[in-house]
Design a protein around this ligand. Structure first.
Ligand SMILES: [Zn+2]
Length: 180
């Protein structure tokens, strides 16, 4: 997770419910979140939750409201048999993955569905904050997807994206079920 307001609001409720909260210390500081439910993690340092191993994968994300760079991570999670990558709020990913069973990817906009009235500042920030369909395709093409069973698409923009269009393009391109 990261400190983007739209993704972090529920963290205090989660902690109150007794659930451990794994996050970067930068994220905890920015959210003013602390206490014994906080489990600080580091980018690219694998940790275990029960029988799951989790690798935090850095994201590249800019706050669309302020233009400030926000640290954060996605997660590569494995139970020893299957592997899932959960990767949201990143306009780009320099890491390459193989043997994924599931991919849950935040794809926010595409050139074809971008709101024509989007102002240039917002547009520049959007391009440095969230993944486009075009970059998602490049990212998936860089992976060995022979084991991949499904692609989950998250975080599609209401104004700059289209769930139907994204699903159609990805399904045709990769021949895998796409769930949005
Ligand atoms: Zn976001």
């Amino acid at each position: 997770m990261n400190t983007d307001g739209d993704h972090s609001k529920s963290i205090f409720k989660i902690a109150q419910a007794g659930i451990p909260c794994f996050m970067l210390s930068e994220t905890a500081q920015a959210l003013k979140f602390n206490g014994h439910r906080l489990k600080p993690i580091l980018p690219l340092q694998q940790f275990e939750i029960g029988s799951y191993s989790v690798l935090p994968v850095p994201i590249n994300h800019m706050d669309v409201r302020t233009g400030e760079r926000i640290p954060g991570v996605g997660f590569l999670i494995s139970d020893g048999i299957e592997k899932i990558l959960f990767y949201v709020d990143s306009f780009y990913c320099k890491y390459r993955f193989k043997d994924l069973d599931y991919l849950a990817l935040g794809i926010n906009y595409s050139k074809a569905t971008l709101d024509p009235n989007l102002n240039s500042t917002r547009k520049k920030r959007l391009f440095k904050s969230h993944l486009s369909l075009e970059n998602a395709i490049k990212m998936i093409q860089s992976m060995d997807i022979s084991k991949l069973k499904a692609i989950y698409v998250l975080h599609v923009s209401e104004t700059n994206g289209s769930k139907l269009y994204f699903k159609d393009v990805l399904q045709k391109k990769f021949g895998k079920p796409v769930i949005i």
